[in-house]
Write a protein that binds this ligand. Structure first.
Ligand code: FAD
Length: 607
C-alpha cells in the first residue's frame, strides 16, 4: 500500500521569496525521512527542506535558480501507508515528528551536534493511572547539569509541570561543581600569579606570592556555591520540583529515585535525559591510590604537589597543568599522540606549546604510560614510546592527574527498562529535535555526544524543552565554538584548516598576527594569532581560529558571523573599538578582502 504526499515550502517568516540553490534529488530517487530535497538560500541563511517521510520521489516541481515562497509545492513523494484518493499535504505545520524537524526560515539546518537519524521506536502506550507514583509530572529531567537545568527551566517557562532529578545536593552538574566554573576561577588566579611573576622584565617587581591554599579553596568553593545556590533559587521561582536522588528508569513512563535508602516513583508524560558524563579510567592504573587523581580531584586543591604528571595533553589536562604550574608544581605532560590538543590546527597550538615548553619540566609526545606503581616516595610511572622507539626512563611523581577523556553515563540510567537505545560507548542517539528512539523521551548534553561542552548542552536543553512543550524547534546551530582556557587561550569555530585540507574544500584565509596588535603589545604579549577562513566560492566566512589571551571571548564574533553568513566585507567594515584584541578579527577579514592597512600586504593580495 502506498500514498502520495505533497512537500511544500515551510513557513519562511519574514521572507517573501528565497532562491533554490541546490536540488538534491530527482524523480525516481528513494529518500529516507529527513533526507534533504532542496537547499534554499536567502541573504541571511541557507536551509535544507527535508523529506517528511521515507519514500520515492515521484515529481520535483522546482529547479535550481527558482525563487519560491512559503507553501509553494516542492515535490510529490510516494510513501508507505494506506492508499488515499486525496493527496496529503506535508507542508509547514508539524504533522509528524519528521515534518516538525524542519527548521524555520532564517535558520540553517547544518547540524554539527545531534544526529538526525535516531532510530524511532513506536511510543509505548502510557498508563493512564498514576496512583502508583509519588509524584506525577508533565516532564521529568534527569540530571541538573547545564543541559538539564536549562531544559527544566525552559520547559517550566513554557507551562509544563517539571521535576528535576539530581543525585547530588547541589545543582549544576559537572560544569558548575567540578568543571567549567571552578577551573576558570583557578585559572584566573593562575593568570594573576603568572603576570606578577613575569612583569619584572617590564619594570614592575612583585615579591614571591604567599599562597593560602585553604583560603584559595574556600574562595573557589564560594564562587561555585553562589552559582549553584542561584540555580536552586531559579528552580524555586519557576516551581520546578527538585528531587534529590539517583534516578533509574523502571519503564518508559516511570523513574525510580533513590536517596538515603528511600525510594520515590515519578510518573511522567515526557522525559529529558541529561545525565552527563564521567572521567575515563585507564585499565590497570591504581585509581584507589589517593595520589592518582582525575579533574575533580585536581579541583579539590588538596595540596600543591612538587612533581605533577598530567596524563593526557587535551584541554582539561592542560588547563589543570596551567593552574598547578602557577601554584608552584613542576609539570610533566605525557600525551599518546604526537601533538598537544590533538586535532586542533597546529598554528593555533604552536604558541601555546612554545610557552609551555619554556615553563614545564617536560612535554612527552608520542609516549604512552604503561604502568603506575605506588611507592613511599610517590607514584613511579613507566613509559613506552608509541612508535616503538626509545622511551623515557621511569619517573616518580607526587601526584598523577589522569585526564584522558570523558565517557557518557548512558549505561547508568536503566535505559533498557525505558526502551532507550544506548550505543556501546554509552551515548544515546537523538534526532534534531533531541528525541531519542523512544518518541516521548529526549536526551541532551554530554550523553548525546558531539563536543562535550556546556554551551552545546545548554542549546540542546532549550530545543528539547521547546519540542516537549509543543513548539516547532530543532537543533540547527551551524557551528559550536571550542575553547581551551590555557595561557594563551586557544579557540576555534567552524571549519578548521586541517578539515579544509582533508576535505579538499576551496578555502581562503585572512590572518592577523598579534605582534602587530597595539592592544596585545600593551599587554606585553605578542604571540597571538587570529585567522578567519572563507569559502572562496561564496565569499562567506566558514571558520575561525584564535590563539592569545581572551581568545575564548573573541571567538564569539566569528561564531555570530558564521551564523549570519557574513562575508569578509561584513566583518572588515564593522567598526571594531580601538585598541582592542577584537580588532584582529576585523583585520583578518580585511587581510582576506585585500583592504588591510595595518600590515604591508604583497601587491597581489591588495584589492
Ligand atoms: P553534567 O554536567 O555532567 O551533569 C549531569 C548531571 O546528572 C550531574 O549532576 C549528575 O550528578 C547527574 N546524574 C547523572 N546520572 C544521574 C542519575 N542516574 N540520577 C540523578 N542524577 C544523575 N565545558 C565548557 O563548555 N567549557 C568549559 O570551560 C569546560 N570546562 C570543563 C572543565 C572540566 C575540569 C571538566 C571536567 C569539564 C569541563 N567542561 C567544560 C565540560 C562540561 O562540564 C560538560 O560538557 C557539561 O557539564 C555537560 O553538561 P551536562 O548537563 O550534559 O552534564
Amino acid at each position: 500500500m502506498s500514498r502520495t504526499i505533497e512537500v511544500r515550502v515551510p513557513d519562511m517568516g519574514d521572507f517573501d521569496a528565497v532562491d533554490v540553490v541546490e536540488v538534491l534529488v530527482e524523480a525516481g530517487d528513494s529518500v529516507d525521512a529527513d533526507d534533504g530535497l532542496i537547499t534554499l538560500e536567502s541573504d541571511k541563511a541557507s536551509m535544507e527542506v527535508p523529506a517528511p517521510e521515507a519514500g520515492t520521489v515521484r515529481e520535483m516541481q522546482v529547479g535550481e535558480g527558482d525563487s519560491v515562497s512559503s507553501d509553494d509545492l516542492i515535490a510529490i513523494l510516494e510513501v508507505a501507508g494506506e492508499a488515499s484518493d486525496a493527496v496529503d499535504d506535508a507542508s509547514g505545520e508539524a504533522q509528524n515528528d519528521s515534518a516538525a524537524d524542519e527548521a524555520p526560515a532564517g535558520e540553517n539546518t547544518t547540524n554539527s551536534g545531534p544526529s538526525s537519524e535516531a532510530p524511532r521506536a513506536d511510543t509505548p502506550s502510557r498508563p493512564v493511572d498514576t496512583s502508583d507514583a509519588d509524584l506525577a509530572v508533565d516532564l521529568v529531567v534527569l540530571g541538573s547539569g547545564p543541559a538539564g537545568y536549562t531544559a527544566a527551566f525552559r520547559a517550566a517557562d513554557l507551562g509544563l509541570k517539571v521535576a528535576l532529578v539530581e543525585r547530588y545536593e547541589s545543582l549544576g552538574g559537572v560544569c558548575l561543581n567540578v568543571g567549567c566554573i571552578p577551573s576558570k576561577a583557578l585559572l584566573h588566579v593562575a593568570a594573576l600569579l603568572d603576570d606578577a611573576a613575569h612583569f619584572g622584565d617590564h619594570g614592575v617587581q612583585f615579591g614571591a606570592p604567599t599562597i593560602d591554599l585553604d583560603a584559595l579553596r574556600a574562595w573557589k568553593d564560594g564562587v561555585v556555591r553562589r552559582l549553584t545556590g542561584g540555580l536552586a533559587q531559579l528552580a524555586k521561582q519557576r516551581k520546578v520540583e527538585v528531587v534529590q536522588g539517583t534516578g533509574t528508569f523502571t519503564s518508559p513512563w516511570r523513574l525510580q529515585v533513590e536517596h538515603d535508602g528511600a525510594t520515590r516513583t515519578l510518573a511522567f508524560e515526557q522525559a529529558i535525559v541529561a545525565a552527563g558524563s564521567r572521567p575515563v579510567e585507564l585499565p590497570g592504573l591504581p585509581y584507589d591510590d589517593q595520589r592518582l587523581i582525575d579533574s575533580t580531584g585536581a579541583l579539590e586543591l588538596r595540596d600543591i604537589p612538587a612533581r605533577l604528571l598530567v596524563l593526557g595533553g587535551g584541554i582539561i589536562g592542560l588547563e589543570m597543568a596551567t593552574v598547578y604550574h602557577a601554584l608552584g608544581s613542576e609539570i610533566t605532560v605525557v600525551e599518546l599522540t604526537d601533538e598537544l590538543m590533538p586535532g586542533t590546527d597546529r598554528d593555533l597550538v604552536k604558541p601555546l606549546q612554545k610557552r609551555l615548553a619554556q615553563r614545564y619540566d617536560s612535554i612527552l609526545l608520542g609516549v604512552k604510560v604503561v604502568g603506575i606503581e605506588p611507592t613511599d616516595d610517590g607514584l613511579r610511572v613507566s613509559f613506552e614510546a608509541r612508535d616503538g622507539g626509545e622511551a623515557p626512563e621511569p619517573r616518580v611523581f607526587d601526584r598523577v592527574l589522569s585526564s584522558v577523556g570523558r565517557r557518557p553515563n548512558g549505561d547508568r540510567i536503566g535505559a533498557d527498562a525505558a526502551g532507550l537505545a544506548v550505543d556501546e560507548r554509552g551515548f544515546l542517539t537523538v534526532d534534531r529535535q533531541m528525541r531519542t528512539n523512544v518518541g516521548h523521551i529526549f536526551a541532551v548534553g554530554d550523553i548525546v555526544g558531539g563536543p562535550m561542552l556546556a554551551h552545546k548542552g545548554i542549546h540542546e536543553g532549550k530545543v528539547a524543552a521547546e519540542v516537549a512543550a509543543g513548539e516547532r524547534s530543532s537543533f540547527d546551530a551551524r557551528v559550536i565554538p571550542s575553547v581551551a582556557y590555557t595561557d594563551p587561550e586557544v579557540a576555534w569555530v567552524g571549519v578548521t584548516e586541517r578539515e579544509a585540507k582533508e576535505q579538499g574544500l576551496n578555502i581562503g584565509k585572512g590572518s592577523f598576527p598579534w605582534a602587530a596588535s597595539g592592544r596585545s603589545l600593551a599587554m606585553a604579549r605578542d604571540e597571538g594569532l587570529t585567522k578567519v577562513l572563507f569559502d572562496e566560492d561564496t565569499g562567506k566566512i566558514v571558520g575561525a581560529g584564535i590563539v592569545g589571551p581572551h581568545a575564548g571571548d573573541l571567538i564569539a564574533e566569528a561564531t555570530l558571523a558564521i551564523e549570519m553568513g557574513c562575508d569578509a566585507h561584513d566583518i572588515g567594515l564593522t567598526i571594531h573599538p580601538h585598541p582592542t584584541l577584537s580588532e584582529t578579527v576585523g583585520q583578518s577579514a580585511e587581510a582576506f578582502a585585500g583592504t588591510l592597512t595595518d600590515l604591508y600586504l604583497p601587491k597581489k593580495n591588495r584589492r
